[in-house]
Design a protein around this ligand. Structure first.
Ligand code: NAP
Length: 293
């Protein structure tokens, strides 16, 4: 698989610097299928080549794989070269009655991975991420399950999500890890404060900040922020684009994955890949959000 632009992890996989988060296309409030396909095609047409998904991006346990199947259909029907796209999915949660619960049981992970292979219509998943550690299952057991799936060729690369720096190191002792996906945006700096971003950078891993513009609820804060508005005005950019460009400036390991349920949002996020903030802009946002020195 040969992809343009920046390096994704230490493995030689390459992708664009900003990807599409698939979640808003498949959860409560999702657009209809034709519109959802249009959003993914718009993201691809705008140059995005990384798509983040999960088996649980759906309404409930009866709808598992909705987002993966949608992405597979979008890639099949896209006018461009679908082989350029890197699809990263996840296992390790369930959606009973629409709730979000962890399930890191090795047997669940195996069944989930096999179901994701079918939903995505591939013989191997490019990057399979453990969605979150499960308090009821030893973390090492969940990671070892992914290591076995990798040994069997069902997974090309293993990623983690919602992990601490210590958990990243624990997992690396079991299987090579290419990426970490944690919540991170200008108003949620825990991934920086806890050292996860720095550790990814040291190790040459990709860090995928999720909810990079604040998530479904927090996006209003980014949208209305006066400093982000002001910085954006000088560049003809929206506050969301400024937030994404600011994240990219924080580490060479950063690959934001903004979600979108509208094509306009995906096109805007793709534009942020080429938005270069001035050093004064970055310093101003740092001071405003209390970025750790
Ligand atoms: N690993 C995990 O536990 C985890 C948890 C949450 C999310 N994720 C992943 O991370 C992705 C992103 O997180 P998220 O979807 O929660 O939050 P987000 O990316 O912060 O975005 C949420 C909403 O903000 C709007 N938006 C995004 N970019 C925009 C832009 N450039 N201009 C205008 N509006 C914009 C979109 O609105 P519209 O819907 O109106 O287009 C989108 O639905 C998800 O899609 C999913 O793939 C992972």
């Amino acid at each position: 698989m040969t992809l343009p632009t920046a390096t994704f992890g230490p493995t030689g996989l390459e992708t664009t610097v900003i990807g599409l988060g698939g979640m808003p296309l498949s959860i409560q409030g999702r657009p209809d299928r034709a519109e959802a396909l249009r959003v993914i095609h718009a993201a691809l047409d705008a140059g995005m080549r990384l798509i983040d998904t999960a088996d649980v991006y759906c309404l409930d346990d009866d709808d598992i794989g909705h987002n993966e199947a949608l992405i597979a259909e979008a890639l099949r029907t896209w006018s461009g070269d679908a082989d350029e796209a890197l699809v990263c999915t996840k296992g390790g949660l369930s959606r009973p009655g629409g709730a979000w619960e962890t399930d890191g049981d090795p047997e669940h992970l195996r069944a989930a991975c096999e179901r994701s292979l079918r939903a995505l219509g591939v013989s191997a998943i490019a990057v399979y991420q453990l969605h979150a550690p499960d308090d009821d299952v030893p973390f090492a057991d969940s990671v070892a399950a992914l290591a076995r799936l990798r040994d069997e060729g069902k997974i090309q690369h293993v990623g983690l999500s919602n992990v601490s720096r210590a958990e990243l190191d624990e997992a690396r002792a079991i299987v090579p890890i290419v990426s970490v996906q944690n919540r991170c945006n200008p108003f949620d700096l825990r991934a920086f404060e806890g050292g996860v971003v720095a550790r990814c950078e040291e190790l040459g891993l990709a860090f995928l900040p999720y909810s990079p513009v604040g998530g479904g609820h927090g996006k209003t804060r980014v949208g209305d922020d006066q400093i982000l508005i002001h910085v954006g005005q000088a560049h003809g950019a929206s506050t969301y684009e400024v937030a994404l460009a600011w994240l990219r400036r924080k580490s060479a390991s950063m690959f934001p994955i903004p979600g979108a349920s509208r094509a306009e949002s995906a096109e805007s996020s793709a534009r942020a890949a080429t938005l270069e903030l001035a050093a004064e802009d970055v310093a101003r946002i740092d001071a405003h959000v209390g970025f750790p020195a």
